[in-house]
Design a protein around this ligand. Structure first.
Ligand code: AMP
Length: 178
């Protein structure tokens, strides 16, 4: 007999907390135990896809780097294209860029200028929402290309960092909140 699909509680228990990585004071949420378990990985992708069905999404955009993993799997299931939103300097063709502030310094994301067409319906995914700057920059890039952002989805949301406040213009959904 086949096993029932895992619950969100089971997925939550598999997320590993790594203190002081990559720097002191950061509690890194390591999703590799979820990826390494086929049942948990599949259930996480299904939950991220949520209400969307094939034909309703033109492209799934994933944020460098762990967002790619979920976006690629979701894109295949939705029969949609995959759009990588990358750190500056990684994409080979013509790009547009968006910078955002970090606690110390700034970061820049880039997307190919022809990655989506105006009016394309896009689901944007990343593994984790912290302060929201990364997802906001990615969503802004997609919007600059004329995409309609259906939803910005995350496996994990660190609620105490209030990243949602930076994404007010977009529908935001997370599976697991800490
Ligand atoms: P932010 O722009 O502050 O929302 O940061 C989100 C991005 O940084 C995502 O791409 C996450 O993968 C990564 N990130 C931030 N904080 C953490 C954390 N505590 N554990 C794992 N990844 C994190």
């Amino acid at each position: 007999m086949s096993q029932p699909p895992p619950t969100l509680a089971e997925i939550t228990r598999a997320i590993r907390n790594v203190p002081d990585f990559p720097q002191p004071g950061i509690q890194f949420k390591d999703i590799t135990p979820v990826l390494g378990d086929g049942r948990l990985f599949a259930a996480t992708v299904d939950a991220l896809i949520g209400r969307f069905a094939p034909g309703q999404v033109d492209a799934v955009a994933g944020i460098d780097a762990r967002g790619f993993i979920f976006a690629a799997a979701a894109a295949v299931k939705l029969q949609a294209g995959l759009v990588p939103v990358r750190k500056k300097g990684k994409l080979p063709y013509q790009t547009i860029e968006e910078s955002y502030e970090l606690e110390y310094g700034s970061n820049t994301l880039a997307i190919h200028a022809d990655a989506v067409k105006p009016g394309n319906r896009v689901l944007l995914l990343d593994d984790l929402l912290a302060t929201g700057g990364t997802a906001r920059a990615a969503a802004t890039l997609l919007r600059r290309l004329g995409a309609e952002i259906l939803e910005v989805g995350f496996v994990i949301e660190l609620s105490f960092l209030q990243g949602r406040a930076k994404l007010r213009e977009f529908p935001v959904r997370s599976l697991i909140a800490f």
